[in-house]
Design a protein around this ligand. Sequence first.
Ligand code: SAM
Ligand code: SF4
Length: 359
Amino acid sequence: MTDSKRIALFPAPPARAAATPQRPRDQLGRPLHDLRISVMDRCNFRCSYCMPRETFHEHYRFLKSKERLSFEEIIRLSRLFACFGVEKLRLTGGEPLLRPNLAELVGELTAIGGIKDVALTTNGVLLAQHAAQLKANGLSRITVSLDTLDPEIFKQMSGGFAERDRVLEGIRAAQAANLTPIKINVVVERGVNDHTLLDTVDYFRGSGIIVRFIEYMDVGNRNQWTLERVVPSRELLERIGARWPLHPVQENYRGEVAERYAFDDGAGEIGFISSISNPFCGTCTRARLSSEGVLYTCLFAQSGLDLRAPMRAGASDDELRELIASCWRARSDRYSELRQSLQKREPQQHKIEMYYIGG
Ligand SMILES: C[S@@+](CC[C@H](N)C(=O)[O-])C[C@H]1O[C@@H](n2cnc3c(N)ncnc32)[C@H](O)[C@@H]1O
Ligand code: SF4
């Protein structure tokens, strides 16, 4: 995007903000590389595995707009993260497209020195109306969540919203806007949508769109997760491979979460995200910022570091940078690798919810 096209919401930072990155390493030697930013805790779906209706009902207290980080605050923190060598930002939620003027934020984030990639994860319902503007403002890539093509099961999994066709329309709009590569996230739940997944593969094969199957995860405490509902990626790989032979493909970069497989007949690739059966904590370089400005160093964290309070109390960039670096240096999280022993030791751990921290 050219500077003239970009809407200048906030003045450019002093040159110092783009200083040579000093990338902190955590207790396990992992660098800080990506930042996921939840821009909105609310959602227009109630997926049973994420925001079950029984908990997230009409009286549930979501954040008020003043409690959420403003665009200015998100941009400031993103610049500080970029100083540490963070190159990739992913906007998520809740549903990020519910945040008004999101494309403007994208424009500002892509202009930060050192940021090479700004991506978005969305449920796709509002995508058709925003895809072109997001692309124009510099969004590099998009991931759309679509658990099944079966309209009834879609409705059931999204918490009663019969929006499958709008999501498909959003995906077409993203294609037309050239927001590529488009990835489709499919959460797999045994006995719920696993019998529909070959149809999903069939639908997207040959389109250039990459479908990724995610093992149902025990994020948060409210989704009634049990191991029996997880379909291990290996099982799925066998089922899909029996219909369309597949071969493994090398990861695009170290620490890529999805294991990639390509169709032998050249019709593209699919991926598997296997946090349960094959944890990837060892190469995890992701930090997460909640919509109210709490920094988490793991998707399964029990607590985080509040950056909003010091920021609103007038902390300098140096002070904030020190807070971020100390938090990352202290990090020793590897929940997925330790899942079984942690669950035995403390079955009722209070974990942060996915809608709040962002997937
Ligand atoms: C929390 S959502 C936020 C962005 C957007 N609302 C969406 O659904 O794409 C991000 C991703 O997390 C995934 N997700 C949510 N809960 C999950 C769970 N319990 N296990 C695995 N993936 C989950 C969703 O399917 C989605 O792809
Ligand atoms: S997975 Fe995404 S769409 Fe579904 S409830 Fe969670 S935040 Fe909303």
